[in-house]
Design a protein around this ligand. Structure first.
Ligand code: SF4
Ligand code: SF4
Length: 469
């Protein structure tokens, strides 16, 4: 029985409720009056239910679809301005005891070299990432209690935060590791992690069980309830995600929004981020074997629907996608991008593409991605201020909903971009960036904030670092 407040996965992601939602969406995909009413509600920027958003996703009326895209663009512009938060993944270990059929790290893959970074190798990787200009990492590791126990992850986080190479520092470590216990989430919280990210992969229980035939991850309920345990442990920024292509995308979309509604209903705060990976080629993995792949147009519509349904939730797209797709998605709602990424263990210091978790479609350097964004009027931001100022969970969401967060985001983005330009950018990128910062100053609404910002920008020029609003 569907119950968003239930602690049980099968009740807050109720299969029958999803089937009913899809039938409702099909029945109303041409219902202009209903679709207009849903779009009117979305215009108030208070979000949509999974049923309402599913109707928009199914909508077959071209003029209403155009209104949806325009609204997604507007909400993106209102809440996130031109800013795009930059991050990079750091793969610690590809040892894994699970049997996920879509991932080359699955236990039975014997062609892939297994590797786990030592603390010294992590240092080298982090120095390489700092030398690129990164300040925010997403830590990735397979699940293996012998090779990658929690103690290893905790020690690695400590190592990462301790490295200060030249002007570099990693200021926020987000963590994407397997579902674990409340006690272990507490220890991750104490280690100072930012967001705990765990992809559901698919919300369809039957498919989930087929795709995860062996290993601890095969337990659907334990996996789906992981964010609850993380929140119980005090981690109040959690990230959701689906691997689009495994199941029917409309099913996943409804499940994803129901999961967000569940977190909101129980903890008063929805997911901090939603990631939208699509299945892509890798060693031992052929995406053609999964017959639910989605086209670029469908993908764009999905992103637009997520944007209007959960306006306050950050949306992440990785280098799985090509520059052209990333550009399209940025306009429609994506707020965070990875850049200069390597998806193999040790890939920032010694390219070993055979250990990559997936093939990259965007192989540009961070400098190239930053310049590309700025040439399109976007502001690459290396800001990590909220987490470090204790603005997380419901405190963060309250600031977002009142719009007050925007008083911090733009100045912080410009200051961190200035640091990047001085410390890491090529001359060409620096020229484009300095012009962008100068042009954006007039978009700071408050006189007082602008003068503090100007003062801090000159202090950064003089060699000082790490200011924040
Ligand atoms: S998706 Fe994660 S848990 Fe599954 S095989 Fe890959 S690394 Fe292991
Ligand atoms: S001020 Fe907060 S919300 Fe804004 S970019 Fe920085 S960390 Fe993100």
């Amino acid at each position: 029985m569907y119950n968003p407040r239930s602690p049980k996965a099968e009740e807050f992601i109720d299969h029958q409720e999803i089937l009913d939602t899809l039938a409702y969406a099909d029945a109303n995909c041409g219902n202009a009056a209903l679709i207009d009413a849903i779009l009117d509600k979305a215009e108030q920027r208070k979000g949509l239910t999974h049923r309402e958003a599913s109707v928009l996703l199914a909508c077959r009326l071209e003029d209403r679809n155009q209104r949806l895209y325009a609204l997604a663009k507007q909400i993106k512009a209102d809440f996130y301005g031109d800013r795009i938060v930059m991050f990079a993944p750091l793969y610690l270990s590809n040892y894994c005891v699970n049997g996920c059929l879509y991932c080359p790290y699955h236990k039975k893959n014997t062609h892939i070299p297994r590797k786990k970074l030592t603390q010294e190798e992590i240092r080298q990787e982090v120095i390489a990432l700092q030398d690129m200009g990164h300040k925010r990492l997403a830590l990735e590791a397979g699940e293996d209690p012998v090779n990658n126990p929690l103690e290893y992850i905790l020690e690695s986080i400590q190592t990462i935060y301790s490295i200060h190479h030249k002007n570099g520092a990693i200021r926020r470590v987000n963590v994407n590791i397997a579902a674990t216990t409340v006690e272990n989430y507490r220890r991750l919280k104490e280690a100072g992690i930012g967001t705990y990210i765990l992809f559901q992969e698919t919300y369809h229980k039957e498919s989930y069980e087929k795709l995860h035939p062996t290993g601890p991850k095969s337990n659907y309920a334990y996996h789906t309830e992981a964010h609850d345990r993380a929140m119980e442990a005090g981690i109040d920024d959690v990230g959701l995600g689906v691997l689009f292509g495994l199941e029917l995308y409309r099913y996943e979309f409804a499940g994803l929004l129901m999961h967000a509604e569940h977190l909101e209903a129980v903890y008063g705060v929805g997911p901090h981020t939603i990631s939208v990976p699509r299945i892509c080629p890798a060693e031992d993995i052929d995406p053609e074997e999964f017959d639910n792949g989605i086209s670029e147009d469908t993908f764009a519509k999905l992103v637009a629907c997520i944007r209007v349904a959960v306006p306050y939730t950050g949306m992440i797209v990785s280098t799985r996608e090509s520059p052209a797709v990333r550009e399209r998605l940025l306009e429609l709602g994506v707020s965070q991008l990875s850049g200069g990424s390597r998806t193999s263990v040790g890939g920032y210091t010694q390219p070993e593409e055979e250990t990559a978790q997936f093939d990259l479609s965007d192989r540009r350097t961070l400098d190239e991605v930053v310049r590309w964004l700025m040439e399109r009027g976007k502001i690459p931001s290396f800001c990590t201020a909220c987490y470090r100022e204790g603005r997380t969970g419901d405190r963060f969401m309250a600031l977002c909903k009142s719009g007050q967060i925007n008083n911090c985001c733009l100045p912080n983005a410009l200051m961190t971009l200035k640091e990047y330009l001085l410390d890491y950018a090529s001359e060409e990128t620096r020229t484009v960036g300095e012009a962008l910062i100068a042009a954006q100053l007039s978009n700071i609404p408050r006189e007082k904030t602008r003068s503090i910002l100007l003062e801090r920008l000159s202090q950064i020029e003089a060699g000082n670092r790490d200011f924040r609003f």
